[in-house]
Ligand binder design. Structure first.
Ligand code: PLP
Ligand code: COI
Length: 336
């Protein structure tokens, strides 16, 4: 199959419209059969629940070209399960998990010409999402919904490619105690826009959010979970208000089972930051991005960037994703 004539290696993390996307509509209590469409636009009432009350959630995942030329997707069943959790929390109908995985496969296969080649450093980002589409004025959930999946080729999430990042501890929160931080609700990201704009204006790449209840524990950044290394131990924050990252859960397994590291998933106090050797961000978009420093109101804590442990974890995880290392059962789903 002929690839699209674009310079995959110089892509940043942005939207390029591709050929086909998947759409299914929920009406009268049921999802329709769904299917692919060339139409990238959505028309809906001005009073749609998503526009008035932000009733929407999404997922983010990637497809890769492996070393031997197959197109594969990483753990789509985990995204299906997390989207089901998001829907239940936001009073939206679950799109059945098997149909979610099938919709992802159909979307990737239909856009195979857009999947960046092996070795380009780019991948196909897949964005499943759902929103309440009928007119809702009093505050209550919609009764009609649309589920869509689009795909777009992307490069590194942070400008300038993989480089050590400079973060700051944010004075804003991205989630509320007992709120929606643990699901992938669009509203969490709306909450973070002011803080990320301000962080960029001050010269930082991202915000580190603290636990919204006591503001003494580390949570995550606007688009990724945090990981730390101390000696042979991988430490990652545990909290009810952070997104359960599929990348984080995967690399915890890799650190334990492939690399023989100790792993601690536990509340991590802000005061502990200075004790860690290495720090990284992990997520679908971020993969593993090394952190150079975290600025806590003028107290700047520095890390090794890509130190030896994070580099090993990165190499193993991306090796599995790109087909160079035998994956744990069920992690790699072949598309074509
Ligand atoms: N945390 C937030 C707030 C995110 O938006 C993401 C991205 O999806 C992650 C963490 C990482 O999750 P995952 O590894 O499942 O992509
Ligand atoms: C992802 O990593 O998939 C994300 O959703 C992060 C960001 C682009 C929102």
């Amino acid at each position: 199959m002929e690839k699209k004539n674009i310079d995959f290696a110089s892509l940043g993390f942005g939207y390029t419209q591709t050929d086909l996307r998947y759409v299914s509509n929920f009406k009268n209590g049921a999802w329709d059969e769904g299917g692919l469409t060339a139409d990238a636009n959505i028309t809906m009432t001005e009073c749609a629940c998503v526009l008035q009350y932000a009733q929407t959630c999404f997922e983010g995942m990637k497809a890769y070209t492996t070393e031997d030329g197959r197109i594969v997707c990483f753990r789509p069943d985990m995204n299906a399960a997390r989207m089901a959790d998001s829907c239940r929390r936001l009073v939206m109908p679950v799109f059945p998990e098997d149909r979610f995985v099938d919709a992802v496969k159909q979307t990737v296969a239909a856009n195979a010409a857009w999947v960046p080649p092996y070795g380009s450093g780019a991948s196909l980002y897949i964005r499943p999402f759902m929103f309440g589409s009928d007119a809702i004025l009093g505050v209550k959930p919609a009764t009609e919904f649309q589920f869509r999946v689009f795909a777009t080729p992307v490069g590194p999430y942070f400008k300038g490619g993989v480089r050590p990042l400079s973060l700051r501890v944010s004075d804003f929160d991205r989630a509320a105690p007992r709120g929606t931080g643990h699901v992938k609700a669009g509203l969490n990201y709306a909450m973070s826009l002011y803080a990320i704009t301000d962080a960029h204006a001050q010269g930082y790449d991202e915000n580190v959010y603290l636990d919204p209840e006591t503001r003494t524990y580390l949570e995550e950044t606007g688009g990724a979970n945090l990981i730390f290394v101390k000696g042979n131990t991988l430490v990652t924050p545990k909290s009810d208000s952070i997104l359960p990252s599929i990348t984080r859960r995967s690399l915890v397994y890799v650190a334990k089972e492939h690399l023989g590291m100790d792993v601690e998933e536990r509340p991590v106090a802000l005061a502990e930051l200075k004790d860690f050797d290495e720090c990284g961000l992990c997520g679908t978009a971020a993969v593993i991005s090394p952190v150079a420093s975290i600025d806590d109101h003028g107290d700047k804590i520095t890390f090794a960037g890509f130190g030896p442990a994070l580099q090993k974890i990165y190499n193993t995880l991306t090796g599995i994703q790109m087909g160079r290392i035998e994956p744990p059962k069920g992690w790699i789903v072949e598309i074509c």
